[in-house]
Design a protein around this ligand. Sequence first.
Ligand code: AMP
Length: 284
Amino acid sequence: MTIIHRIKELREFLNLYIRDDKSIGFVPTMGALHSGHCDLIQRSSAENDITVVSIFVNPIQFGKNEDFDTYPRTLAEDCKIASQSGANIVFVPAENDMFKGGIVSYVDVENLQSNLCGLKRAGHFRGVCTIVAKFFNIVKPNKAYFGKKDIQQLTIIQRMTDDLNFDIQIIPCDIVREQDGLAMSSRNRHLSESERADSLVLSTMLKRAVEQIDGGQKSSQKVINMIKDGFSAIESLKIDYVSIVNKEMEDIDTISNGDIIALAVFIGKTRLIDNHIIGESVCF
Ligand code: AMP
């Protein structure tokens, strides 16, 4: 596996493969890799001739009071994990290479972000789309792998890819969870022992919501109230949002298949998100 830091060097390296018609799979990450990332990398490695994993904590997707400075950075360990999962290249661009001369051009998907994380984190998806578009132009992958854990991000990236005619197949990957149900996240490593125990309430309440819906409950508000009740028992937890939305990320009244139960909470200082797409198999 090769570690590359400069855009020019990556392009030269990849051009050799593109010339030979080799397929390129791409997994963008912010590092602190865990089994969720591994799953994306393994899938890319199985489906493509060469897999590029980017590790870049993207400053333009963090708000002023968010955790850019404290986001976990574990590059040496990440390279080992990426290699074991089948990555051929780990691309770790320097900030001054990605944003040479500053940046004044952004990619903004106008729909799909007036709710959930888009509403709570102003400018977040503009930062995500801009960096992903830049990576798409640098890596020129055939397929790019994104987790359903960040369901709004996945939806927005798919839309950006369609709207801007990137000739790239977006591959959605299922949420990978710890054995007890907690969705894997780089931020989980910030949780204290007691916060880690409290964080289980996310998957527990998703499971209860699915049970209610399977039992015939169709009222979105009733399911949301039930989840909020469950959350209120946890002292360390502050709700950011509890929503049920359709594929356009709009709040809905009556639940049907394909709708999404989406949760974002703070456990102590750590922001965690989780979701479930109604009708998909339950994995918690
Ligand atoms: P991040 O490093 O958090 O920006 O995530 C990089 C990619 O990994 C994104 O496409 C995420 O949706 C995906 N990802 C993160 N956590 C998980 C998980 N638990 N299961 C599946 N995919 C994940």
